[in-house]
Design a protein around this ligand. Structure first.
Ligand code: BTN
Length: 258
């Protein structure tokens, strides 16, 4: 166990810092298959990922040494499959709670778990569960946050942003990681203690909640205006079109247009 000075009980107490790795999620996955048990809350962080993975098979690009790219190992055997989205909510709220201490108003969670500032993505989460029976067993939470990177590829310039771009100054990566680990620990413990407020907290922070906006249904290609109302227990996104009844969308079934 590597020690550090994080002000947590367990998240980040075993912190493994790597200079370069394909993906911190992959590295952690290999560690979980070793015979030796991994301490709950183990964190792997890398200065550079050369094959960082995003959602839907995308590549996660992050300039070396300027950002946070890390993965957290959590035991999650108290979560049944039907409640798996609770973990997603807990992590999204934790990130929001940590970042709100650094940033002015404008932070939100773009469903299901993108970190947004105004209309730009500043971070993303890749959650990988190991399931046994009808329960999770353990989970790897991969987090990529654009922190001190200020230059993005042309095709990302309008969509991606960073904390340094917003603040016009650099942020200490270790302090920010400590804050995020602290928040993840608090929210994980809330989840474990069955606190019921997570869904309300999450919905209140949702990007575009209750606002009239344009969407494309990827189920039938229809473009419509409507308002996000919230999420279902399974984590589906509920949108009420201007004319019509609420529709529930699964991941990959909806595109945010404007
Ligand atoms: C997304 O597409 O929004 C999710 C991005 C997740 C990126 C992080 S960086 C650390 C961890 N390791 C990976 O390979 N991916 C996640």
């Amino acid at each position: 166990m590597q020690n550090n000075t994080f002000s947590t009980l367990f998240v980040g107490q075993n912190l493994i810092k790597l200079l370069s790795v394909d993906s911190t999620n992959n590295y952690l996955k290999k560690l979980t298959s070793n015979s030796e048990p991994l301490p709950n809350g183990t964190v792997i962080m890398a200065e550079n990922q050369y094959a960082g993975r995003g959602q839907q098979g995308n590549i996660w690009h992050a300039e070396s040494g300027k950002n946070l790219t890390f993965s957290v190992y959590l035991t999650t055997d108290f979560i049944t499959i039907e409640k798996h989205f609770m973990l997603n909510m807990a992590i999204s709220i934790a990130l929001n709670n940590a970042l709100v201490k650094y940033l002015p108003a404008g932070l939100s969670i773009k469903w299901p778990n993108d970190v947004y500032f105004v209309n730009k993505k500043i971070g993303g989460v890749l959650i990988e569960n190991t399931i046994v029976g009808n329960r999770l067993k353990h989970t790897i939470i991969g987090i990529g946050l654009n922190v001190n990177q200020t230059v993005f590829a042309k095709e990302l310039e309008n969509k991606a942003g960073s904390i340094a771009q917003i603040l016009q100054q650099d942020v200490d990566l270790t302090k920010l990681l400590n804050e995020i680990c602290t928040q993840i620990e608090q929210l994980y413990l809330k989840l474990k203690n069955n606190e019921t407020s997570l869904s309300t907290l999450y919905t209140a922070k949702l990007y575009k909640v209750n606002q009239l906006a344009k969407y494309r249904s990827l189920v039938d290609g229809r473009i419509f205006e409507g308002r996000i109302e919230g999420i279902t227990a399974m984590g589906l996104l509920k949108i009420k079109p201007l004319n019509g009844d609420s529709i529930e969308f699964n991941f990959k079934e909806i595109e945010f247009l404007a």
